[in-house]
Design a protein around this ligand. Structure first.
Ligand code: PLP
Length: 392
């Protein structure tokens, strides 16, 4: 009997446990100081009222013989796929409903999609990056190469023709950097993928933070993307579903590799290994797309956007370099006075009781940078920035 030895290659993630340990030590030593957490990547506002109503109604349906639902379609109920389809058409992206697969969130599918790809593919991931892309490929034993994201490219790396990659991860608006690809820059990646027969895995989990019509919410706004890209999205940040769990994955039927449609492979994979998202949750997600739902989730998003603005304005005022904060809940700043990420973490915690996330936890290029998030409470965000101003 053997275990999958690739798991032994995974690095232990000390990032959030080290943060928690440092914060609890600080609280113990300073019981009267209020700690403000601007490091969390989770939402804090509750579900929209129309979503809660939909959950209650769906729960009632489940309690009656006439409307009870057992196993649903693995790909998701037609009512939700139609709603997603309609949502995409607002930016002139026309999808067919069987190109849409309802999931229990982006994270699962970002990992699971790898089932349909060969193990000898080379994977390209940006550095710094959301750690799931790297770890899921280490588990499978694939070769990983990195695209450097740094200050000189605005944390938006472009393709390098001398690097041969088969699977390419992209995340825009990005976690952790908050940077957003323009259509022109995204087109370069689409062209690279088409030329190299590669597949782009496009993570659009933060698309709802984009406020400009000029910026792409979906990779399918780029010509040629339906022949080279799979897109992942989620209701987690859009509508506060981090604990409710729902997302969707788009696999266009025009995307073929090795003479096989990837849509067909993914459908086969899902019908074999996945039994669908709960009816109640899909009804909740459907409500997000209703007129009232869109209005209500926009109010919550506005709250986070205003928090981001408060943080970004403080950085502007202090002349601190950063990306994000405009079309993203993340502000990725350069640590002042050449401090390392962890030095800056300690400096903020010990002097003003503010907690963020050290950039070094997201890859080597994250060293010297720091992530703040806008998912916190308004009053606390204001107070944290007041303390920040007094420090610099
Ligand atoms: N993709 C990125 C870039 C994320 O930051 C996150 C969550 O923080 C996810 C995906 C996961 O989303 P979900 O809650 O839908 O699994």
């Amino acid at each position: 009997m053997n275990i999958n030895k690739n798991y032994l290659e995974l690095q232990d993630s000390y990032l959030f446990s080290t943060i928690a340990k440092k914060v609890s030590e600080f609280i113990k030593a300073n019981p009267n100081k209020e700690v403000i957490r601007l490091g969390i990547g989770d939402v804090t506002l509750p579900l929209a009222p129309v979503v809660v109503e939909a959950i209650k109604k769906a729960a009632d349906e489940m309690g009656k013989k006439e409307t009870f639902k057992g196993y649903g379609p693995e790909q998701g109920y037609a009512f939700l796929r139609e709603a997603v389809k309609k949502y995409y058409s607002r930016k002139s992206v026309e999808l067919e409903s069987d190109e849409i697969f309802i999931s229990d969130g982006a994270k699962s599918d970002l990992g699971n999609i790898l089932d349909i790809f060969g193990l000898d593919n080379t994977v390209l991931v940006p550095d710094p990056v959301y750690p799931v892309y790297v770890d899921t490929n280490i588990m499978a034993g694939r070769k990983i190469v990195y695209a450097d994201a740094n200050e000189s490219n605005g944390f938006l790396p472009l393709p390098d023709d001398s690097v041969k990659a088969d699977i390419i991860y992209m995340c825009s608006p990005n976690n952790p950097t908050g940077a957003v690809y323009t259509k022109e820059k995204l087109k370069k990646w689409v062209d690279y993928a088409l030329k190299n027969n590669a597949v782009i895995l496009f993570d659009a989990a933060y698309e709802c933070f984009i406020k400009s019509d000029e910026l792409p919410n979906s990779i399918y706004e780029i010509e040629g993307a339906k022949e080279c890209a799979i897109e992942f999205c989620s209701f987690s940040k859009t509508a506060g579903f981090t604990g409710t769990r729902c997302g969707y994955t788009i696999v266009p039927k025009t995307l073929e590799r090795d003479g096989v449609k990837l849509n067909k492979l993914w459908l086969r994979r899902q019908t074999t290994k996945f039994n669908g998202v709960p009816y109640i949750v899909q009804k909740a997600a459907e409500a997000v797309f209703s007129e009232v739902g869109q209005k209500q989730i926009k109010e919550n998003l506005q709250y986070y956007n205003d928090n981001a603005k408060i943080i970004a304005e403080t950085m502007d005022e202090k002349g601190i370099w950063y990306t994000g904060g405009k079309h993203s809940p993340y502000i990725w700043l350069k640590c002042p006075n050449n401090m390392t990420s962890w030095e800056f973490f300690d400096y903020l915690l010990n002097n003003i009781g503010v907690v963020g996330t050290p950039g070094a936890g997201f890859g080597k290029n994250g060293e010297g940078y720091f992530r703040l998030t806008s998912f916190g409470d308004r009053e606390k965000t204001i107070e944290a920035m007041k303390r920040f101003r007094s420090l610099f």
